[in-house]
Design a protein around this ligand. Structure first.
Ligand code: GLC
Length: 741
């Protein structure tokens, strides 16, 4: 059966009709047990195929497997399914291919720092090819939860705090994973997750309650999912979360009204791992049977890992609680995906028909994305780039300088340390025998408080011309269920920086982490700070090229950095409030006079003990050049609803390096039917700019881009006054004004 492009699947089309006939005919032949089997995804331990699993596949009681990556076993599973089962239905093979399969790219939060649709998409493409060559046909990515709480371990997997940036990059990933046609070998089904609002887990603790007013749920958290569905994402995963008292896995309003009816998603909706059984743990259901009822009633098509559907759906149907036609609708969405993937034509994988894993072009792509994902946050007195011809020796200090495992980051199941090139290895390779590299790991890991090696580290620094420090978080300190209430550098790393600073040597700090860290006064102790996130397999060569000026850093922050954890949640697109913070009204706790009166100083929205601004702003990132933005112009200063505005500005590279800059477009709706953020990202473009040149950049903005859900939950743009800014971060001051009539 011929398959269609993802976009074709949407329209009325003879191929679609033929597919639908095939699906309906097949369902008509299925027994109820076989239908429920298709709705059950079974977890399989890597490398084993026990008899009971063979039998489950043979009898059609399992239609999907998660976490098997042994190709021989996968092909055998498919063989049993299509040759020994009654209806010969092939299997979906799911795996978390979050930021690479064998070639590991920067963590998603790092990829988002590149603001590069092209590189993010190509990383997903390569990941899909590598995963396909091992028999995987479904990944549970991209994760598009909005990440505004760095305490939450899974912020590492997000594409940052902004709905627009997250939506654009998630769509790029989906296109990379799925290609034009799912049936083309090397394409795999993507999964928009976790629907919805998981990033707002209380106190940044994983799996904690989520309470989001509907207006914010719609205006912030739903945005990426709407765009993902428009981009043709093949599947969606429901979140673990208890959202406003109704867990997603049993939330009929969210799944049927919002996702299916309003957003128009009519494909496979899968639960998270064991999440349906957990409805009873939530206290939302009394037992597994009720959990099975609530989830199937909400329209969760497939149960991942737990077995409430297998054990109870038949009874629920016999009791008339669930209609058989509902089951048929859910099963048809599962079968339809298998048809689109071409599995009925050929479910087998021949690895020789794919490029080799971790090949040179994959590694080069991983290096390029890592290069563009690093964010230069400080560069005092042009401490960077280093000039190797002017150096005799360099101290390389810290637990992350030479750790090919930790640099891969969280959610790496199939990547291997042996493919990593570490910073120490890359630096030695780069300088050759022209510069002496003095290496001292100093700490066993990033959590270590054993300072026995400090003396050696200090001596290493003192005997070198400059110091490169590689500090941060081991990968286990971020990712699922790995949340931190204190997001300082862990262990004795801060003390190590202070100790090395005593030597008076120039210090370049490279941080590898899965979240923004609160860096506090260590920022005063280092001359330069390069934030590399967890940069993946090729982190070493990428970071080395940046440190020595082969390329200039060009990354921009996709998430705000708090000064301290007490500021969280902290994000640029906040509401103004009635008493907004300002420099004029901010009074530091140190400036308060004794016996100050109750109504003294600012009475505005600040903390007494911390400045109200972030440590580093959303969209911020330095370069080895300085850029100037000027002459913002609008093609007119008012438009009607439905019309498009053209905004231009001049971007000048004042420096001596050819490099790239991410120009950003922000708006503010000055008066809204509900209050609107003080700034909202509505466009960005990566601009290549030779040294000393100027380029005119242009953005289009339609009134539809300014639509939002109003107090009646109606999605619409309003007439009124707007500001528009263009610049190199959310702090840009280059502003113009326009009206929608
Ligand atoms: C995990 C995660 C989800 C992942 C799934 C399968 O618990 O929440 O993102 O895709 O289970 O591993």
């Amino acid at each position: 059966m011929s398959s269609m492009s993802n976009s074709q699947v949407k329209g009325n089309n003879p191929i679609l009709e033929k597919q639908q006939t095939f699906v309906s005919d097949l369902i008509a032949k299925m027994t109820l047990e076989e239908k429920i089997g298709q709705m059950s995804q079974q977890s399989s331990s890597e490398g084993s195929l026990p008899e009971h699993l063979k039998e489950a596949i043979r009898s059609g009681l399992t239609g999907s497997i998660i976490n098997q990556v042994n190709l021989e076993i996968i092909n055998e599973m498919q063989r049993i399914a299509v040759e020994e089962s009654r209806l010969k239905i092939p299997l979906l093979m799911g795996r978390d291919v979050i930021h690479g399969f064998k070639t590991i790219f920067p963590i998603p939060l790092g990829q988002a720092s590149s603001w590069s649709e092209e590189l993010v998409s190509s990383a997903a493409r390569i990941s899909a090819l590598e995963a396909s060559s091992c028999g995987i046909n479904w990944t549970f990515a991209p994760m598009m939860d909005i990440g505004r709480d760095p305490r939450w371990g899974r912020i590492a997997e997000t594409l940052g705090e902004d709905p627009y940036l997250c939506a654009v990059l998630a769509a790029s990933m989906i296109k990379g994973f799925q290609g034009e046609q799912l049936a083309t070998p090397g394409n795999i089904a993507a999964c928009a997750k976790h629907f919805v609002g998981y990033g707002a887990s209380e106190s940044g603790r994983d799996y904690a309650s989520v309470n989001i007013p509907e207006n914010e749920l719609r205006n912030v958290h739903l945005t990426p999912f709407k765009v993902a569905v428009e981009a043709g994402v093949a599947t969606v995963m429901a979140s673990f979360s208890d959202i406003n008292g109704v867990p997603a896995s049993g939330n009929e309003w969210l799944m049927k009204q919002v996702l299916r009816k309003e957003i128009g998603f009519n494909d496979l909706l899968v639960s998270d791992f064991d999440a349906i059984r957990q409805l009873t743990v939530h206290g939302f259901t009394a037992n597994d049977k009720e959990a099975a009822y609530q989830s199937s009633n909400a329209g969760i098509d497939m149960e991942m890992a737990s077995t409430t559907y297998k054990e109870h759906l038949k009874d629920l149907i016999d009791e008339g609680k669930i209609k058989l036609c509902e089951i048929d609708r859910m099963v048809s969405r599962i079968i339809k995906l298998k048809v689109k993937l071409g599995l009925f034509e050929d479910p087998y994988t021949n690895p020789t028909s794919f490029p080799s894993l971790v090949n040179q072009s994959n590694l080069l792509a991983a290096k390029e994305l890592a290069l563009q994902s690093c964010v230069l946050l400080k560069n005092y007195d042009e401490a960077l780039p280093l000039n190797k011809s002017k150096l005799n020796s360099i101290a390389v200090i810290g637990p992350l300088a030479n750790d090919g495992y930790e640099q891969l980051g969280t959610w790496v199941f199939d990547g291997e340390e042996k493919h990593s090139v570490t910073c120490l290895q890359a630096i030695k390779e780069f300088v050759g025998d022209t510069v002496k590299i003095n290496y001292c790991k100093t700490l066993e890991n990033t959590r270590s408080n054993n300072q026995d090696q400090f003396t050696q580290a200090i001596e290493t620094a003192a005997s070198s011309d400059c110091v490169l420090m590689f500090l941060g978080e081991e990968s286990i300190l971020s990712g699922e269920a790995h949340c931190r209430s204190n997001i300082d550098l862990p262990g004795s790393q801060q003390q190590l920086i202070h100790a090395i600073a005593e030597t008076g040597k120039k210090i370049i700090l490279v941080v590898m982490a899965g979240r923004p860290l609160t860096l506090g006064n260590i920022l005063l102790k280092v001359d330069a700070l390069l934030y590399a996130w967890h940069p993946g397999t090729m982190g070493g060569p990428a970071i080395t090229d940046l440190l020595f000026g082969v390329k200039s850093p060009s990354g921009k922050l996709p998430v705000s950095f708090p000064r301290n954890v007490g500021q969280i949640p902290l994000y640029y697109s906040q509401k103004n409030g009635g008493r907004p913070a300002s420099e004029e009204t901010f009074v530091s706790i140190d400036a308060i006079k004794s016996r100050a009166k109750q109504t003294s100083f600012g009475m505005t929205s600040t903390h007494l003990d911390t400045h109200f601004s972030p440590q580093f702003h959303f969209g911020f990132g330095l370069s080895y050049n300085q850029f100037s933005y000027k002459n913002i112009r609008l093609d007119r200063d008012e438009i009607k609803l439905g019309e498009v505005l053209i905004i231009t500005a001049e971007l000048i590279n004042l420096g001596k390096y050819d490099c790239e800059e991410v120009a950003q477009l922000y708006i503010r709706d000055l008066v809204g039917n509900v209050t609107r953020p003080v700034k909202e990202l509505k466009g960005f473009q990566r601009v290549s700019l030779p040294a000393g040149t100027c380029k005119k950049i242009s953005f289009k903005l339609s009134s539809n881009d300014l639509a939002f859900y109003d107090r009646n939950m109606t999605f619409r743009a309003e007439s009124g006054e707007f500001y528009v800014w263009i610049g190199g971060s959310s702090e840009t001051k280059l502003k113009a004004r326009f009206k929608i009539l």
